[in-house]
Ligand binder design. Structure first.
Ligand code: C2E
Ligand code: CA
Ligand code: CA
Length: 614
């Protein structure tokens, strides 16, 4: 059977051999072009110089250039965004270098230019065919702008609150988690503000839900305008909003923000024909240095917000130790703490302080209270000191610790367990405010036989700054007794330098959160901050003690920064009195790195090195 028979009437007209082969090429070209034009993707072909040799119908609609205008032009002049020229050339060169037969190369979601100047997002697949003059670069181009827009719309719906268009809880939590992780490597901590409108339910019931919704939308708008671009505002649903702030110093910035919001709410909202006045309760939680737990931060902001509500609303509260303890626990703690003193359930533990240049020598000790509860066992001070402070029980407890520790110290001193050194005892702000403080300290000194210069009282920086004028007066009287005074947890309370100079201090204790920044690779900036604190202490003529020293690397760094004393788990935790005595007797026999002072090289730092006035 020959060809004629199979095709019958539909057979090709018979022609000369040459004509047949020409028309075959035309048929192939025609077939190929039709296939390309039916293709849902744009198809572009260029020669080795990037001059367009093929341009299908979809390429016309994707880029807006008709085939007749595109053919013969360099591809770069048609679709490549000028600022991406270098990347395009690099990519084109690497596809060419792969040569024919290599698997196609894909470029995902790159922006390209249309004839009308609009940008499209495309994914391209590129390969090479042919050789020499017939070498071609083939490119399939898929316009993914629409897919991306649909995806964006979907994720917008997932991540945003429908009523206000603000971020919702899911996206807020995600951003908070991200910020908390970032803060692990950099100085600075995220803070979260949770805002809840006071008595929103009665506004909603009184005006109707539609008006309630309008109020929420207006409030959202006001918040966004007020806080600026650096603060993320989200709506939790109902009348609750969240704000994420990344500026430092975290606490004072967050408080300033809360105050700003309160002021802006003094202006009424106009809803329909009525003016509505609202107030809000704001809870503030500050991220902890070195910890990235977004859920904890949210629950702390929530607890603080509830605290602000309980105080009567229209204000803010900052999450603190006191809120860490649940209300129930607080009541049980308080009632059993009352009896703890009478029942002799309190204990004093001692933590050694060492001299950095001679770490084999114990230079002093800090008295730290513990509660040996009949059911709960040994309770750490963080669990009960806040309750004791709130109830005022800290005044008798503090006096007891002072007396107990001074007696123990003189026993050790007289038995030559300790040949030198000082005893540090913590003093709470409530003790400073108590009128008996001076006579209490005076009595303890004379009863125990401790020399005043052997006693140091520690007051936290935030306690000093909470009532600075009173603190100056009381510290002055304590100083007159001849004892030493230390500022504790320095770096956490934003003291003003002017005040710091007015307190009659002898010792500065650098807070452990600063020490924790030291001793890992690449921490020059952190070291500079700690160095600035150490230098500040020295410039004020104070002995500097670093708290929370846990590693050899931190110890070396502190020595390099010129710090005098150290305290921390690297040497010992706080110990009961028998274990402490044992510790001192064996401690000096251990071997330590030689950290004796070397000549200090002059060093500038951010706080003290100010330009000299001529
Ligand atoms: P503080 O005065 O800053 O005491 C230092 C705390 O850091 C102690 O916790 C100590 O055990 C802990 N610490 C020591 N070395 C390290 C270390 O290397 N790493 C880490 N992460 N922590 C270390 P403690 O004994 O639980 O006391 C907690 C706080 O309770 C004290 O902080 C102080 O503010 C308060 N406190 C303790 N005893 C008394 C007291 O008798 N009166 C008053 N008012 N407050 C007290
Ligand atoms: Ca202390
Ligand atoms: Ca401290």
């Amino acid at each position: 059977m020959d060809r004629q028979d199979v095709l019958g009437e539909h057979s090709l007209p018979v022609a000369k051999e040459e004509a047949t082969s020409l028309s075959n090429a035309a048929v192939i070209m025609e077939r190929y072009r039709r296939i390309l034009d039916l293709c849902r993707d744009a198809y572009i072909e260029t020669d080795a110089f990037g001059i367009v040799t093929e341009w299908n119908r979809e390429a016309e609609s994707t880029f807006g250039w008709p085939r007749s205008e595109a053919i013969g032009q360099p591809l770069t002049s048609l679709v490549v965004i000028p600022r991406f020229l270098d990347q395009y050339r690099q990519h084109f060169g690497s596809v060419l270098a792969l040569g024919p037969g290599a698997p196609p190369v894909e470029l995902v979601e790159v922006p390209a230019l249309r004839k009308d100047g609009r940008t499209v997002l495309v994914t391209t697949t590129n390969w090479v065919v042919g050789a020499g003059d017939n070498l071609r670069v083939s490119i399939f181009v898929r316009d993914v702008s629409a897919d991306r827009a649909a995806e964006d719309a979907l994720s917008h719906a997932f991540l945003h609150d429908g009523l206000t268009g603000l971020a919702n809880r899911a996206s807020f939590t995600y951003k908070l988690a991200h910020a908390s992780l970032e803060a692990l490597d950099k100085p600075g901590r995220p803070s979260v503000l949770m805002l809840d409108v006071d008595r929103f339910k009665s506004i909603n019931d009184g005006l109707g839900h539609e008006a309630g919704d309008k109020l929420i939308v207006e409030l959202a708008r006001r918040l966004v305008e007020l806080v600026g671009d650096d603060v993320l505002v989200a709506r939790l649903g109902g009348d609750e909003f969240l704000m994420l702030c990344r500026e430092e110093p975290a606490e004072s910035i967050a408080i300033a923000l809360a105050r700003k919001i309160a002021v802006s709410l003094e202006e009424p909202f106009v809803i329909g024909n009525s003016e509505v006045f609202v107030t809000a309760s704001i809870g503030i939680a500050i991220g902890k240095e070195g910890s990235a737990d977004p859920n904890m931060l949210l629950s702390h902001a929530d607890a603080a917000m509830n605290e602000a509500k309980q105080r009567g609303g229209s204000g803010y509260a900052v999450f603190g130790d006191r809120m860490r303890i649940s209300a129930l626990e607080r009541i049980t703690t308080e009632s059993s703490l009352h009896r703890a003193l009478d029942r002799d359930e309190l204990l004093v533990f001692y933590q050694p302080v060492v001299e950095i240049s001679y770490p084999g020598r114990v230079a002093g000790l800090e008295a730290l209270v513990r509660w040996n509860h009949p059911q709960w066992g040994i309770v750490a001070p963080d669990r009960f000191i806040p309750v004791a402070e709130e109830s005022g029980l800290i005044v008798p407890i503090g006096a007891w610790v002072l007396e107990r520790a001074c007696e123990q110290f003189t026993k050790w001193r007289d038995a030559c367990v300790l040949s030198s050194g000082t005893l540090d005892v913590n003093l709470s702000v409530r003790q400073i405010e108590s009128p008996e403080i001076i006579s209490t300290v005076e009595k303890v000194i004379s009863k125990s036989g401790i020399s005043p210069e052997q006693l140091t009282l520690e007051i936290t920086e935030s306690a000093l700054m909470s009532t600075p004028e009173l603190a100056i007066e009381v510290l002055g009287c304590l100083k007159d007794l001849g004892i030493n005074l230390a500022v504790d947890d320095f770096g956490t309370g934003y003291s003003s330098l002017a005040y710091l100079k007015r307190f009659p201090l002898d010792v500065l204790k650098v807070d452990k959160s600063f020490v924790a920044m030291l001793g890992s690779a690449g921490n020059r900036q952190e070291a500079a901050i700690v160095g600035a604190v150490v230098d500040l202490g020295r410039a004020l003529g104070l002995k500097v003690v670093a708290e929370g020293v846990e590693t050899d690397a931190q110890l070396h760094e502190l020595q390099r920064l010129g710090c005098d004393y150290a305290q921390g788990y690297l040497f010992s935790p706080a110990l009961d009195q028998d274990t402490f005595a044992e510790f001192v007797s064996t401690y000096s026999k251990r071997s330590f790195p030689d950290l004796r002072p070397r000549r200090r090289v002059g060093r500038a730092h951010p706080i003290l090195a100010r330009p000299r006035r001529s």
